[in-house]
Design a binder for this molecule. Structure first.
Ligand code: R5P
Length: 318
């Protein structure tokens, strides 16, 4: 295959550095800067003609992250790259994925169109909010699962003490698969109601957590309301300690300090989004939040995509 080159936008350079360490490849040179008026200025600093290009950029807010990615893809396409893979560890705008009420966009379909139109030939991502978003693309999408990372991390605990908790009915299938994978652990499901996008009430807990540790599994933490209210509900029903694993730490607004003051024992997240960039990170750190890196998983997927090897063994269906 043609020469592999890794480029990065500004959303999560430390993740790109770790992926490049795994790949033993330097980050290719590019300017991704701002003109004086704030518009994004992109220039690839080396030839990409005939190369196999991977551009790593999560598309969490601000929207500049998405725009940087689109402009970098456009630049690589116009500079005759052989193949362009958009590596999007956190795929933003994925939550509005259907027209389930009048006058709403299907945001994730629009983003899929923009990426393809800009010139992306493939997408590599992790834990899409809804797997069917893959169908919005007419190019291949590799949607990796982050669960092997938390399963590995939890080996230090006595898993027999744990109940796996789905944060809502929609998350029950995933949580049930992981509970099986972790040795047929018991499953508990929270019944969640959302009166508005940034509010979440737990109305019922289906399953028994009394005297057990609970592990809530979620894909995104935005305001933190789901897991904070979930932790309170689980404690009220007799859970000893409540942990949470969440792939994408969006952590909007005051989420970090609310989590620090919550009933949660610990929150495990991945580095699809850099929490170091959070403006509300108290004293530069959050004592309850532990970051587990997905860099090796992404690095291995890039290696296999580049060498045209199967990535299916990275897709163990949990
Ligand atoms: C919902 O479908 C998602 O899986 C998360 O539960 C949700 O995005 C969490 O949002 P928040 O942290 O604002 O409760």
């Amino acid at each position: 295959m043609e020469k592999l080159k890794i480029f990065t936008g500004n959303s999560n350079i430390s993740l790109t550095e770790k992926i490049c360490q795994y790949l033993k490849t330097p980050i290719s040179c590019a300017t991704v800067d701002r003109f004086l008026d704030g518009e994004i200025e992109v220039k690839l600093g080396e030839s990409v003609r005939g190369n196999d290009i991977f551009i790593i950029q999560s598309t969490n807010p601000p929207s500049d992250n998405l725009f940087e990615l689109l402009l970098m893809i456009d630049a690589a396409s116009r500079a005759s790259a052989k193949r362009i893979t958009a590596v999007i560890p956190y795929f933003g705008y994925s939550r509005q994925d259907k027209k389930d009420e009048p006058r709403v966009p299907i945001s994730s379909k629009l983003i899929a169109n923009l990426l393809s139109k800009a010139g992306a030939n493939r997408v590599l991502t992790i834990d899409l909010h809804a797997a069917q978003v893959q169908g919005f693309f007419d190019i291949p999408v590799d949607n990796l699962y982050s669960t092997p990372i938390i399963i590995e991390h939890l080996k230090q605990f006595d898993l027999k003490e744990f109940v796996i908790v789905a944060p809502d009915v929609g998350g029950a299938k995933r949580a049930s698969g992981i509970a099986k994978r972790m040795g047929n652990l018991e499953l508990c499901i929270l019944n969640k109601q959302r009166p508005s996008p940034d509010k979440a009430y737990i109305t019922n807990v289906v399953g028994n957590v009394e005297g057990k540790n609970a592990l809530i599994l979620d894909d995104i933490i935005s305001t933190g309301t789901t897991i904070i209210n979930g932790a309170t509900a689980l404690k009220q029903r007799g859970a000893k300690k409540v942990y949470c694993f969440c792939t994408h730490p969006v952590l909007a607004g005051e989420a970090i300090s609310k989590i620090e003051n919550s009933e949660l024992e610990a929150l495990f997240v991945t580095d699809t989004i850099s929490i170091k960039k959070q403006p509300n990170l108290p004293d530069g750190k959050a004592s309850k939040i532990k970051v587990l890196s997905i860099s090796n998983l992404l690095g291995e997927a890039i290696t296999r995509i580049h060498s045209e090897d199967s990535v299916s063994s990275l897709f163990i269906d949990y």
